[in-house]
Design a protein around this ligand. Structure first.
Ligand SMILES: [Zn+2]
Length: 157
């Protein structure tokens, strides 16, 4: 539903409520109190409907945003590759962004960036996932050849 449809739906409902108010006044003037009570019930039902309409609109908005997120995640998945003990996102220049936690990605399909913990041995970098508290070892050679990290970044992380 587009916002215009929603707005026009609400304005139609408000118009109907106002018409009912007129009918209730006319009935009250002619002394038909039972009919007045029925019109008031109708007004209450209408207001209830209006509220449900607004709740559904909020829900639809939320779901629409979720669909956009999921579509984005699906597109992202096509660029994800597994190398050594982690997932990497392939960038347009062919280099990799990452690493991302393998345990977490396999579990819920989301990318959790791993944090650099330091060198273990002369040419192995160790990364940690703060979410799953697991570690991955990545060869220094791979990071140098396949990412855009500068020499400085590799040694100061
Ligand atoms: Zn993890």
């Amino acid at each position: 539903m587009d916002p215009l449809t929603i707005t026009s739906g609400i304005s139609t409902a408000n118009q109907a409520l106002s018409l009912m108010r007129g009918v209730a006044d006319a009935l009250r003037a002619s002394g038909k109190s039972e009919a007045v009570a029925q019109v008031i019930d109708l007004q209450l039902a209408m207001m209830d409907l209006l509220q449900k309409h607004q709740e559904l609109f909020a829900e639809a908005t939320r779901l629409r945003a979720q669909v956009v997120d999921l579509e984005k995640a699906l597109i992202d998945r096509g660029n994800i590759e597994f190398h050594f003990e982690a997932y990497w996102r392939r960038l347009p220049d062919g280099k990799f962004e990452g690493p991302f936690s393998p345990h977490c990605f396999d579990k819920d399909g989301r990318l959790y960036r791993m944090h650099y913990r330091g060198l273990i041995g002369p040419d192995i970098l160790e990364f940690a996932c703060l979410e799953s508290e697991k570690f991955s070892s990545i060869p220094l050679r791979f990071v140098k050849e396949s990412t855009n990290w500068t020499e400085d970044e590799i040694h100061k992380r």
